[in-house]
Design a protein around this ligand. Sequence first.
Ligand code: XCC
Ligand code: SF4
Length: 674
Amino acid sequence: MAEAKDKAARPVKMADALTASICPATQEMIERAQQLEIETVFDRAVTMKPCAIGLQGTCCKNCAMGPCRLPLPKGGIDGEDTRKGLCGATANTIAARNFARMVAAGAAAHSDHGRSVAEVFLSVARKETEDYKIKDPGKLLAIAPHFGVDVTLEVDGETKDRDLDEIALEVAEKAIAEWGKPEGELRYLKRAPQPLYERWKKLGVLPRNIDREVVDIMHRTHMGVDQDYKNITKQCTRASLADGWGGAMIATDLQDVMFGTPSPLQSEANMGIMKEDHVNIIIHGHEPVLSEMIVASAQSKEMIDYAKEKGAKGIQLGGICCTGNEILQRHGVPPAGTFLQQELAIITGACDAMVVDVQCVFQNLANVAKCFHTKLITTHPMAKMEQDNVLHIEFDEHHAMEDAKRIIKMAIDNFTNRGAEVVIPRHKNTQIAGFGVESIKYHLGGTFRGDYYTLNDNIINGRIRGIAGVVGCNNARTKHNDGHITLIKELIKNDVIVLTTGCSAIACGTHGLLTPETASVYCGPGLAEVCETVGIPPVLHLGSCVDNSRILLAATEVVKAGGLGNDICDLPAAGSAPEWMSEKAIAIGQYFVSSGVYTVFGYHMPLEGAPVFKDHLYKELETIYGGKWDCEPDPIKHAHKMIAHIDKKRKELGIDKARERQLMSMEDRQQLEA
Ligand code: XCC
Ligand code: SF4
């Protein structure tokens, strides 16, 4: 009894703000939350330890004879591994099945987002909605051929442009068919460099349709089906390609067609973008179909006047996670934070409404919102919350503008209900965002060849050492933003140009890495020179997580521009997700690896309990796809693993010497020439 009482009286463990995050705004708000006795994810990460067996990837609960737990013995395994579940499943089978189910969930999330976008596009093409239009007809014409849709037609022996509406309708129908067509293979796969496509074909991993590859994983990993980790991994490739070169890529493309293809623009990042005297609306989630309308409506005179009537100076929108990235890239709406800052945005006391759609939304938002006046609004039929203070306003593309207006009006009405003291951290940074395959071509491409020639030229001559894609989440088990920022600074210091998306990109904006001035402060001399000449930041924000498809296509453009091999796996390039947490990250990692990219994850991978399966991912896959997985929690070591790979590729391409010459000072070179 006495002991129980002691336990209850013991103070709850709380996070230490300084060890939880490197972001000053976040540190400030963690402390503010603790002052107000509002628990956040940072505190829960201290009080709740992760399950040790799950962490190893070797807990199976795929049938009711389990959960079967197969931890790796402390001293490792000497000789035969005799661990098995009740059915006999080995640690490899269990870890591979768990891994595959993450790929399936991740591919499903990205691809279902793509499906929603494709459905909205179909209603645009059918003229069933007034609210959405084709904003970028050029992009529609550019993607149509990839769907086998003609953009011209022959009339009396003459070639004429086809009617745009007709093209749109055919593209919409063909696009939607990608999710469930009964035969054939995904159409976008042929956008990959030809040797890569041929390799996939030879290996038998071309996805048939998007939904089928996800269902296949769920079936295959059911109790008593696929019990060969190599065969399971092969299906992981097929499903992940259906994401990266399928659902996610279609999402990106059709969003560009309807909402506009991003081009570089200036904005800001971090919680300091919220304004005490404005109505603050935070938009969080992933699907930009509704948020597009919210942005349009928030800028209307009607709404701004209404806000003023209620005593506010205006309406401030802010993004969190990838919906935030979507409206940043296309409209310059500043992100208020990354994944781990979602609760904190409400704790400012200045969030009049938080509008969420799908993915990466904490259920605890509802508990936090309860402590303030904040209206928490769910909008997706698939994503509701059980707490009774959550409002559900279901979005429908047929009356999207109406929905958006209703939400904004509700936020404005709520402005006058602010109760608690408002504490908005002052911290924010300027950023340039809005890059994409097209704008990189414009900035770094040669007008002479009209492709990625200038970029390639600078890689070949060694000013740029290589390319890194740094993407993905935050994870409350690691120090917020530290993995992203330390890693990326180390990469650019070593002349590696960085393409970033997702929460990693928001972290970069938050910490001031997305400005051209970053080049002179953090970059090695070669990369700094290129960035200063062209006027771009050394870290390029390419958008949301579905926009990782832009990285795949940028890599393909680099291959096409010539001089750096024939395939993505030949490039001096590497991928990374230093603070990953989402199943989507695993799907992304798998399609990068299967597309030939060396991909390093931070924190940990749920593979330690199955060393043989782990070796398959970390070693054998390279001999199959040219890319492989790796894991390194220390961000500096992580960077150097990527750099070592880049240097290995430079050597294979025979351009390692060029870089040595490049690094010589002018004097050295003159001496050498003399
Ligand atoms: Fe979610 Fe896309 Fe991860 Fe951020 S990066 S935590 S998935 S929001 Ni996509
Ligand atoms: Fe255990 Fe096999 Fe059932 Fe998994 S499928 S829970 S390993 S008996």
